[in-house]
Ligand binder design. Structure first.
Ligand code: COA
Length: 321
C-alpha cells in the first residue's frame, strides 16, 4: 500500500510585511534581504492561530479530494509553533473540520516536519492501520522570532499547507531521512515553559536563535547529498525527476542545490519571495500552488527535500497521481 495524494490545500494570512516595511523595524534593507535570501515579503498571522490556518489548509485539501471530513482516519500536524501545549494542534483541527473519526497528533521536526509527517503517514497507510491521512504543516513563526534580530526576523513567515493521502495498491513512495543532534546548537528556540517547581524563576523571554552561516553550510551539503542517496537507492536517473520541491529557506541554498546536482534551476520551483521561510508549511504550500496551477501531471516523479533544526534533513520520492 502507498499513500496517493488526492488533494492539496494551503492558507496564508492576509497581513503582509514587505522588506521595505521590515526595514523600518530593524536595521536592514530591501536590497540586502532580496540579494542574500530571495525573500520579498512574508505573511504574518496577527489574528489567526496556527490551528486555524492548519484547518483552513486541511479543508481545502479535503474539498479537492472530495472527501467528507468524517471519513478522515488520521490527522498529523507538523508544527513548532502551536499556540497551545495542550491540546495538540491536530486535535484543534479535528474539531474545526468535524473529523470525528480521526486519530490526531502533532509532530515536531521544525523545517523537516512536513516530510517527517508525510513519512509517518505513509508508514501507517503501508501497514494498513489507516486507509487515509490528512498531513498538514502549519506555522506562526512570527510568534517565535526576535523582531530586533536582523539575522533571523528577515527570513521567516507564517502559513499552512496540507496534503490528503489515500491508500492504494499501486503507487510509489520512497524516503531517506537523517538527524544530526550534535549540530543542534546551530538553530534553537528554548521553551517559554521553564522550570517552576524548585526555583520559581521569572521565565525569560526566549526566541529563535540561529548561526546562519553554519545552517547555510549544512544545507548546501546535506540536501544534495540526501537527494543523490535517494535517487541511487531508487535507481532513478535524475533526468526522470520532473520537479525538486525544496524547503523554501533561502534562494541561494536552492540555487546551490541545483548546481551541485547538475540540474536546471527550472526544475526547482520557488515561492520564497512571497512567503519567506514558513518552516514545516513551506513544502505543502509550494506543492499546493503547483498542483492548483496544473503544473503536475500523472506519472510525474517529484523529489521533496528539506533540512532544518535538529539538525535534520531528508528527501522523499513520489509519483504524482
Ligand atoms: N540586513 C543587513 N545586513 C545584514 C543582515 C540584514 N538582515 N544580516 C546580516 N547582515 C550583515 C552582517 O552583519 C555582515 O556584515 P559584516 O560583513 O559587516 O560583518 C554581513 O551582512 C554578512 O553577514 P552573514 O551572516 O555572513 O550573511 P549571510 O550571507 O550568511 O546571510 C543569512 C545571512 C541568515 C541570510 C544566511 O546565512 C542564511 O540564509 N543561512 C541559512 C539560514 C536558514 O536557512 N535557516 C533556516 C533553516 S530551516
Amino acid at each position: 500500500m502507498t499513500g496517493r495524494i488526492t488533494g492539496t490545500g494551503s492558507w496564508v494570512p492576509e497581513q503582509v510585511l514587505d522588506n521595505e516595511a521590515l526595514s523600518n523595524i530593524v536595521d536592514t534593507s530591501n536590497q540586502w534581504i532580496r540579494e542574500r535570501t530571495g525573500v520579498e515579503r512574508r505573511h504574518i498571522a496577527e489574528q489567526e492561530t496556527t490551528a486555524e490556518m492548519a484547518a483552513k489548509a486541511g479543508k481545502r485539501a479535503l474539498e479537492q479530494a472530495k472527501v467528507d471530513p468524517a471519513k478522515v482516519e488520521l490527522i498529523l500536524v507538523a508544527t513548532i509553533s502551536g499556540n497551545e501545549i495542550l491540546p495538540c494542534t491536530a486535535c484543534r483541527v479535528q474539531e474545526m473540520l468535524g473529523a470525528v473519526q480521526a486519530t490526531c497528533f502533532d509532530l515536531n521536526s521544525a523545517c523537516t516536519g512536513f516530510l517527517f509527517a508525510l513519512n509517518t503517514a505513509q508508514a501507517y497507510l503501508k501497514s494498513g492501520i489507516y486507509r487515509n491521512a490528512l498531513v498538514i504543516g502549519a506555522e506562526s513563526l512570527s510568534n517565535l522570532i526576535n523582531w530586533k534580530d536582523r539575522g533571523t526576523c528577515i527570513l521567516f513567515g507564517d502559513g499552512a499547507g496540507a496534503a490528503f493521502l489515500e491508500a492504494e495498491e499501486s503507487g510509489r513512495y520512497a524516503q531517506i531521512t537523517h538527524s544530526d543532534g550534535e549540530k543542534g546548537k546551530a538553530l534553537t528556540c528554548s521553551s517559554r515553559n521553564q522550570k517552576q517547581y524548585a526555583e520559581h524563576p521569572d521565565a525569560p523571554e526566549t526566541y529563535m536563535e540561529m548561526d546562519g552561516r553554519e545552517v547555510f553550510k549544512f544545507a548546501v551539503s546535506s540536501v544534495p547529498q540526501v537527494i543523490q542517496e535517494l535517487l541511487e537507492k531508487e535507481k532513478i536517473p535524475k533526468e526522470e525527476i520532473r520537479f525538486y520541491i525544496l524547503h523554501q529557506a533561502n534562494i541561494r541554498i536552492i540555487q546551490s542545490v541545483s548546481k551541485r546536482l547538475g540540474e536546471a534551476e527550472e526544475k526547482f520551483p520557488v515561492n520564497i519571495q512571497e512567503y519567506g521561510n514558513t518552516s514545516g508549511a513551506s513544502i505543502p504550500i509550494l506543492l499546493d500552488e503547483l498542483n492548483r496551477k496544473g503544473c503536475l501531471q500523472p506519472g510525474d516523479k517529484l523529489v521533496l527535500a528539506a533540512f532544518g533544526a535538529g539538525l535534520s534533513y531528508g528527501a522523499s520520492l513520489l509519483e504524482w497521481k
